[in-house]
Design a binder for this molecule. Structure first.
Ligand code: NCD
Length: 304
């Protein structure tokens, strides 16, 4: 069976290190052009995306793949074709890698079960978004020279965030201390059970972290009643000029995008020299080049 990347725990710690090292080589101009020559990569996005889909497309092109972008709105899944049928069809046409995003948690795994090539999960429901976590780890590693021993606060709508979930998995594997901060209704209880630290007071947390990762409130996934009043939310959890003053001068601010101005952050944050939003987006392309190369050329296939 071909190797897929559905979440970060599909990888060993050594494999994550190797992917991050390869990402840095690509960033520094390492040769990439022919790595996926003759390989067809298909992007299959059932949910909206700006950063992730363009970043995967650019990454696949830079490693020499042929890229097809398929708009599933017009697909035969809507005509009753099953995922298995679709997977068989896409493989027969020549796709060897599918990069997939879907609103249903677990969709990428279902596709990987049926597809003979590699599947890369570009976000499935509230479950996982492994390449986002890899680009965040790359950004931290560049900033601090290491990730082991860093302390990172993830702030906001953690319940609906596949970005937070994959980051928690990856950061814990690599020895980062994660602190979750957000309203109780938007914090899944499961993490507490796993020993992840939860704090309610953002002001108390900010002076003591190396990085703070702000999240968007995902209104499109939120059940009514879970959302506190927006006023209350911004008062407690918004990163703004006053709170930036509490953050260490050498700390960094991250956000996976898209951000909602004046909700989880203000323009002061985007202008602040500690903001790493653009670096995160830039690193996304290198990480995705490395993931494609790893899956197609480098990954050992685990024993079934
Ligand atoms: C996120 C996503 O789609 O999971 N964005 C991204 O990929 N950078 C986060 C979000 O939608 O808030």
């Amino acid at each position: 069976m071909a190797r897929s990347l559905l979440d970060l725990d599909d990888l060993s710690r050594e494999e994550i290190d190797a992917i991050l090292a390869a990402s840095e080589r690509f960033r520094d101009g390492g040769a990439a052009r022919d790595l996926l020559a003759g390989v067809t990569v298909l992007t299959l996005f059932f949910e909206g995306s700006t950063r992730t889909v363009t970043s995967f497309t650019v990454a696949a092109q830079r490693v020499g793949a042929d890229v097809i972008s398929f708009a599933p709105g017009a697909s035969s899944l809507g005509k009753g074709e099953t995922i298995a049928d679709t997977a068989l069809t896409l493989y027969a046409i020549g796709a060897r890698v599918i990069v997939v995003r879907h609103a249903e948690s677990g969709f990428a795994r279902r596709l990987a079960d049926d597809f003979a090539g590699h599947v890369v999960n570009a976000g499935d429901g509230t479950h996982a978004h492994p390449t986002q976590a890899l680009l965040d780890l790359m950004t931290l590693r560049h900033e601090f020279g290491r990730v082991d021993g860093l302390r990172v606060a993830i702030v906001g709508d953690i319940l609906h965030s596949r970005v937070a979930r994959s980051n928690i998995v990856g950061m814990r594997m690599l020895g980062v201390e994660v602190i979750l901060v957000g309203p109780p209704t938007l914090l899944p209880a499961g993490f507490v059970a796993q020993g992840v630290r939860v704090e309610r007071d953002l002001d108390a947390v900010l002076p003591n972290v190396d990085a703070v990762m702000m999240l968007r409130i995902q209104r499109e996934r939120i059940a009514s009643g879970l959302l506190p009043s927006l006023d209350d939310y911004t008062q407690r959890y918004q990163l703004n000029a006053r709170r930036l003053a509490a953050l260490r001068p050498d700390a960094v601010v991250m956000h996976p995008g898209p951000y909602n101005r004046d909700v989880e952050l203000t323009d002061d944050v985007l202008r602040d020299p500690r903001s790493r939003y653009a670096a995160q987006v830039r690193n996304g392309t290198y990480v995705r080049m490395a993931v494609l190369d790893f899956l197609v050329n480098g990954a050992a296939v685990p024993a079934a």
